[in-house]
Ligand binder design. Structure first.
Ligand code: NAD
Length: 332
């Protein structure tokens, strides 16, 4: 029996493939490589380049590899882009996702782990954010995840599809092998480290008039290896207890953009230039998780997610792969 990992050549997917493989699980990875990198996963892992919306392909993979569970990372992930191209986001993240779970159900697969996001909460007044906080996403990306979560609830009641929706806060950091290599990169830590590596570059900070102590937005950063381990816990839970849940994955501690820049200056020893720009629509001032439900249900708590370790791991990866995964192919 094997686990299908969609979006397995992406940032969090590749780390999860790495850690599941280390645990001795059989993995099949699927990715359309629109944003993923084939080099990010070991050549020994069975890999299909294709789309999660391709029902015939999913049916074939499930049959050929005796798939028993699916971890669904595949998604378009850029908040800004989702506002400019909402149709693409709904089609990719919702419509294709519906095809995926349709094909899985038809083949008898009942265990499903879904990559959700803190963006489902929108502007939460209460901090830290518990899973029962009101949900009203501030952008199309968040709505695609919100809609898919609702869909999973109804599929559980009607068809017995058991799911764990993992609402990640800010994924960050790297393992020795896998790191963050998005193009364009919209996430803070890789952009801060790019500015550390290149004195000509500046970190763009979107707004410094938020109602936070230094005026910049506060986020909860969680190490990608800790996130990956939560998926392992979620799969074990689905195979054992077998109940559906939505769970926050964060640390419960937030850092402002300026605090992240300062921590990166300490870790790298580099002066990092910043430029303040206008704030972006749809950026809540503060997103910090209450992760206690993930602890009680999965026994999960982040072990590698202190900010300095996150930045150190991402910096080490960057030094090893200065051009991201392209460094691997250009070295051959
Ligand atoms: N990175 C974060 O901080 C963060 C935070 C919250 C939630 N998430 C969620 O986690 C998941 C993974 O995020 P990531 O940062 O690794 O992103 P990523 O872009 O690195 O990985 C997503 C992968 O999915 C693939 N993909 C997209 N649509 C596909 C499709 N229709 N068929 C097949 N493959 C497809 C892409 O090629 C890419 O490799 C996403 O669902 C994202 O919404 C990420």
């Amino acid at each position: 029996m094997a686990i299908l990992v969609t979006g397995g050549a992406g940032y969090i997917g590749s780390v999860t493939v790495e850690r599941l493989t280390k645990k001795g699980e059989s993995i099949v990875a699927l990715d359309d490589l629109a944003h993923g990198r084939r080099e990010s996963i070991d050549g020994d892992v069975p890999f299909y380049q294709g789309s999660v919306g391709d029902r015939a392909l999913i049916a074939r993979i499930v049959k050929d590899h005796a798939i028993e569970s699916c971890v669904h990372f595949a998604s378009l992930i850029s908040v800004g882009e989702s506002e400019q191209r909402p149709a693409e986001y709904f089609e990719n993240n919702v419509q294709q996702g519906i095809s995926l779970i349709g094909a899985l159900l038809q083949a008898g697969v009942r265990n499903f782990v879904f990559s959700s996001t803190a963006a489902v909460y929108g502007d939460s007044e209460k901090m830290p954010i518990g899973e029962d906080s009101p949900q009203w996403p501030k952008n199309t990306y968040g709505w695609t995840k919100f809609m898919f979560e609702r869909l999973l609830e109804t599929y559980d009641t009607a068809y017995g599809l058991k799911s764990i929706c993992l609402r990640y806060f800010n994924a960050s950091g790297a393992t020795e092998r896998c790191g963050e290599d998005h193009d364009p990169e919209t996430h803070l830590i890789p952009n801060v480290l790019a500015a550390a590596a290149d004195p000509q570059r500046e970190v763009r900070i979107f707004g410094n008039k938020y109602p936070t102590p230094d005026g910049t937005p506060i986020r909860d950063y969680v190490h990608v290896a800790d996130l990956a381990d939560a998926h392992i816990g979620a799969l074990e839970h689905l195979r054992g207890v077998g109940t559906s849940h939505a769970l926050n994955l964060g640390t419960g501690r937030g850092y402002s953009v300026l605090e992240v820049v300062e921590a990166a200056r300490r870790v790298t020893g580099c002066p990092i230039r910043v430029r303040i720009e206008a704030s972006r629509a749809g950026d809540p001032p503060r997103l910090v998780a209450d992760p206690s439900r993930a602890k009680s249900i999965l026994g999960w708590s982040p072990a590698k997610s202190d900010l300095s370790s996150i930045i150190q791991s991402a910096w080490d990866w960057r030094k090893k792969f200065p051009h991201g995964y392209k460094s691997l192919t250009s070295a051959k």
